[in-house]
Write a protein that binds this ligand. Sequence first.
Ligand code: RFL
Ligand code: PHB
Length: 407
Amino acid sequence: MIGQGAVSATKTSVVMIGAGPAGLLLGRLLGLAGIDNVVLEQRTRQYVEERIRAGLLEHPTVEMLKFAGVADRLESNGQFDDGFELRFEGVRTWVPTADLTGGKQTVLYPQQEVVKDLLRARDDTGQPIVFEALDVALHDSDTERPRVTYRDPDGAEHAVEADFIAGCDGFHGPSRETIPARLRQEFQQDYPFGWLGILADVPPSTRELIYAHHDNGFAMHSRRSPTLSRLYLQVPPDTDAQEVSDRFIWDELQTRLGTQDDWTLAEGPILQKSVTAMRSFVVEPLQHGRVFLAGDAAHIVPPTAAKGLNLAVSDVSVLSEALIARYRGAGEELLAAYSTTALRRIWRAQEFSRHMTALLHHVPGSEFEARLQRARLQNLVKSEHTMAAFSELYVGLPFEGHPERFI
Ligand code: RFL
Ligand code: PHB
């Protein structure tokens, strides 16, 4: 029985909760394999398309988006990087990540553009996507026929019955809670700082990314287009962005990014400013019954190494392969292994994200730690082996899933 009391009841193979990169990419790959699926999203389409977040795509993410046939705009508008600049004690070091990894480039291409590309590809196929799906609830998730119910903005009740539910609903979504507390382990670490991010109406003062360590704290120079700069400052975690003056922001950026040579930072009007808290989080396992978690629903990384969106794509590589294998008649072995397989790469990315965060941020209090941190930075810039190991993780470890085997 589905949808008791519901106005409409739909059947599908896989229902995705969440139209972020994880849910949309999974829907795309399943669609390419001819598997019907429905995406349920609580927000409006406009909200989803305009939500500003990630910027940096790893090499395997770009390959996956190309495979999914949604990378045309990325290839023409993305900014392909061969490395980044590291600054500390006023000295600049170029880290040639592509050279050190056999040519693997990273790409700056905003997350909301990836989302737009995936939404347009879905429009072209006509597969269903429901925006403003309110009060989404999961039912019977450990039975053969799980169900998701929701309400539309007019208050009408709907139900979707499926073989599988993909919980792609981000950190605050309902899917993770379907794993009973007695079976669920949550690992979490908070950081004693946050990031103040600004979008500024000024051409970037750099062609590549700059990560800077300074006694005042971390700073970073990224970009969004030839005329728009994105910059970040380490700040106390409870900072109210609107209370920080534009003058203070530019002064701190000038100080922390400052070099001993004649490099200068161009300033311009600040269009947007916000503070992001920093957290590391992983839930285990990623599955309960017929519900599978992917992306931020399962894990959060601090933003320093830009792994969040990339990890969502890497989870989807494993989950899509496992689901497609199941519909191709290859059994449920890969599905049963999903959690273990995906968690291996998740923990490696967690480790790198924390390492890069600890390497670059300033934690007041321990002079001994501060000296060790400087020694770690020296180790990185003085040793090509250390740089190569860092670069391998920075450009992105190979994905564990291979949906292309079945599509
Ligand atoms: P998302 O993108 O959060 O999408 C989840 C979707 O689920 C919806 N949802 C629900 N839908 C229906 N019913 C419910 N009850 C629902 N609850 C939630 C949400 O509305 C949303 O549409 O998760 P997904 O798909 O797992 O993708 C993960 C990435 O978005 C995230 O990891 C990155 O944005 C993290 N991140 C970065 N990652 C990078 O790889 N590189 C970066 O440079 C980077 N910078 C960032 C970031 C995240 C940021 N914030 C604020 C979280 C910068 C910022 C500021
Ligand atoms: C960004 O452009 O937002 C960005 C880029 C690289 C990072 C983090 C954030 O490591």
